[in-house]
Ligand binder design. Structure first.
Ligand code: PEP
Length: 252
């Protein structure tokens, strides 16, 4: 793996203060594998408490608003995330795109808002099963990247991309390693076209049913520089195994 692996847990709408014990245990696991960059994105309610509870890992938001402040009930601005101790934000997750109707232009605005506040950003893309079956997976992802990636001047070194086929999220199904590699190579080519030489430094995470049993294999696919993990990031036991798999990929 050419780039430092980045293993990010997305807790979605799970977790209360009682769950911080898992985050502390994940933090200890991360300390055992300094070759791997580890991060967790808990619900907004836990960002500050988690950021205070951990030392090795970064804590981030699962979303942020595109505007710095205002009458946006229920939303959270990038500056508020940063103020709570967040170091990055996930934007464009398929659950936001589908359940909240977020399109590429909004995702890009959110990404640029996060970067403007000094946060890192993980821009999620991925095709549905129908799109893959129709042979459109790469075209769909290319179009999402064209519309969602922040501009080159916004802070490319803090941008990561997560390729998450929608049909693999939370289903226990994963694409073949060939398909993962092909899509990640296509994303790498897109990043080079968008960002020039800096595109080579953007980490491309695979996401979708990554677990302790398949992580080592998935992390070995072409151009995979980490993982965005949902369900298997909720316990230290399963997430630590994924962190260890990433370390094995770097250390051999
Ligand atoms: C996700 O929602 O980002 C995700 C990858 O979920 P899971 O690992 O549970 O498939």
């Amino acid at each position: 793996m050419a780039l430092r692996p980045y293993i990010v847990g997305n807790w979605k709408m799970n977790g209360t203060r009682a769950t911080l014990a898992e985050a502390r245990a994940i933090d200890r696991a991360a300390a055992r594998h300094p070759a791997v960059e580890v991060a967790l994105a808990p619900p907004f309610t836990l960002v500050m408490a988690m950021a205070e509870a951990v030392q090795e890992i970064a804590v981030g938001g699962q979303d942020c608003h595109a505007k710095p402040s205002g009458a946006f009930t229920g939303d959270v601005a990038a500056a508020q995330l940063a103020d709570a101790g967040a170091r990055f934000a996930i934007v464009g997750h398929s659950e936001r795109r589908t359940l909240h109707g977020e399109g590429d232009g909004l995702v890009r605005a959110k990404a640029e808002a996060a970067l403007a506040e000094g946060l890192g950003v993980i821009v999620c893309v991925g095709e549905t099963e129908a799109e893959r079956d129709a042979g459109q997976a790469e075209a769909v992802v290319a179009s999402q990247l064209a519309g969602s990636l922040p501009g080159a001047e916004a802070g490319v070194e803090r941008v990561s991309v997560a390729y998450e086929p929608v049909w693999a999220i939370g289903t226990g199904r994963v694409p073949s390693l060939d398909d993962v590699g092909a899509m990640h190579r296509a994303i790498r080519a897109h990043l080079a076209a968008a960002y020039g030489a800096a595109g080579a430094g953007v980490r491309i995470l695979y996401g979708g049913s990554v677990n302790a049993a398949n992580a080592l294999e998935l992390l070995g696919a072409d151009e995979v520089s980490g993982a965005l993990v949902g369900g298997a990031s909720l316990t230290a036991e399963s997430f630590s195994a994924i962190i260890a798999a990433a370390a094995q990929r770097v250390e051999g």
